[in-house]
Design a protein around this ligand. Structure first.
Ligand code: GLN
Length: 453
């Protein structure tokens, strides 16, 4: 049914960069046979899933939305994919994203954008707009995402779906092509909070292949989603992430959701996180710095594309590298490599990268203080509903500003979820409600999220 739906709609929605119909059907049949033989199978066995194209899949193309990796077929599975397979989940294909997960709209994909099923002239969010639109257009019930600065939560918000960024270290990064290693976290995307929890438990858990993987039991997210209990819980509204700068209908749906939580027995408090004002500035120094280093491995020697420089008879390795990176990377990737290289260069390192790291600490301190007053913090996920294609593509600052509410969680490593809170009255488009919890308390996201459904 999923593959039929893809055949019918993906020519327009363009959620997928690659569909593996044969592989998915073979995996589904194998599960059917095991079930018929009386084997007891994991909960999600036989439930198909789409995988963001930034996670390696053995034998299936992995492009990261970039020309530089066109045609690359990884020889190994990322840990997330290994876990999906062990859970018996057929993999439908690889979903579209902004190149190397840099962006908030999928307009930076080298293979063209994905569309928002609610309004085809609008963005499905980014970078994981392939994963959000594949779910919102009913091509798949579940998808994986990665969230370095909101790439799971913001796409969920603008497509009326659910997505979680787990605690940093909760899900293995092994085989996830790195954007910014200290911020990257893979997580689940789905249509309901319980579905998201079920996938979360499949993806999460300690992995010796990732040195930042947390060696502790996975938070009991499924149980929390089933109980949906917020009685006596303290919900903290982040003063700096409400009001000014948020679309009226977004703010209205947010206020209504908070009222639902009060009706369900929660208590509301206001918290202040003054350093969040600087989160965007810190993030857009730290991320490009780490990205410029991570992307150095695309050197035309080891992976993917290799371009011969024009008009040079006997080019040096450096000349091949320069020509390849020039042809293989898009504008946004180049912009960030230049920014990051600059911020890390001697003489500027302390002023830029060093200052940004100090702000990062202040943001973590804001969270620590706020979580003394509240069990979870809440805000709208994004300041607006889905914007139109072309709206922000020529103005990087405008695009970056869309991440204002999602970025603090990545800088501090705490978990966050976005779930639908109705449609904005002025444009009829989905609004996202964001929940944030202390590190390792991911189950609280699900308790609150499920109480809102
Ligand atoms: N909008 C963010 C950025 O462009 C998204 C990053 C991410 O989470 N992959 O950096």
């Amino acid at each position: 049914a999923c593959l039929d739906r893809t055949a019918a709609v993906d020519g327009v929605v363009h959620s997928y960069l690659h569909v593996d119909a044969e592989g998915a059907l073979a995996a589904a049949r194998a599960i059917d046979e095991r079930r018929a033989a009386g084997e007891s199978l994991p909960t999600l066995a036989g439930v198909p899933i789409a995988v963001k194209d930034v996670m390696t899949t053995k034998g299936l193309p992995t492009t990261c939305g970039s020309k530089i990796l066109e045609g690359w077929i990884p020889p190994y599975d990322s840990t997330v994919v290994t876990r999906l397979k062990a859970a018996g989940m057929p993999i439908l294909g690889k979903t579209n994203l902004d190149e190397f997960a840099m962006g908030s709209s999928t307009e930076h994909s080298a293979y063209g954008p994905s569309r928002n099923p609610w309004d085809l002239d609008r963005i499905p969010g980014g970078s994981g707009g392939g994963s959000s639109s594949v779910i919102a257009s009913f091509q798949a019930p579940l998808a994986t995402g990665t969230d370095t600065g909101g790439s799971i939560r913001q796409p969920a918000a603008v497509t009326g779906t659910v997505g979680t960024k787990p605690t940093y270290g909760g899900v293995s990064r092994y085989g996830l092509v790195a954007l910014a290693s200290s911020l990257d976290q893979a997580g689940p995307c789905a249509r309901t909070v319980l579905d998201t929890a079920l996938l979360h438990e499949v993806m999460a858990g300690h992995d010796p292949m990732d040195s930042t993987s947390i060696d502790a039991p996975v938070p009991a997210v499924v149980e929390a989603a089933r109980r949906a209990d917020v009685s006596g819980m303290k919900i903290g509204i982040i003063r700096e992430l409400t009001g000014d700068g948020f679309q009226a209908g977004v703010q209205q749906r947010f206020d209504e959701a908070v009222q639902h939580l009060v009706d369900a027995g929660a208590e509301v408090v206001e918290v202040s996180c003054p350093s969040f004002t600087y989160a965007l500035a810190a993030y857009y120094l730290i991320l490009p710095s780490e990205a410029s280093s991570n992307l150095a491995k695309f050197d035309a020697m080891r992976y993917g594309m290799r371009v011969a420089p024009q008009g040079i008879d006997d080019p040096s390795a450096e000349q091949v590298m320069a020509a390849t990176r020039d042809a293989g990377f898009g504008d946004e990737v180049k912009r960030r490599i230049i920014l990051g290289t600059y911020a890390l260069s001697s003489g500027y390192y302390d002023a830029y990268y060093g200052s940004a790291q100090k702000v990062r600490r202040l943001i973590a301190d804001d969270f620590t203080r706020s979580f003394e007053a509240a069990d979870v913090l809440v805000s709208p996920t994004a300041p607006t509903t889905a914007f139109a294609f072309g709206d922000k593509i020529d103005d990087p600052m405008a695009m970056y500003l869309n991440d204002i509410a999602t970025i603090p969680a990545n800088l501090a490593g705490v978990p966050g979820m976005s779930l639908p809170s109705g449609l904005a009255p002025e444009d009829g488009l989905p609004v996202g409600f964001q929940i944030l919890a202390p590190a390792m308390q991911d189950q609280r996201l699900y308790a609150v999220g499920a109480a809102l459904e």
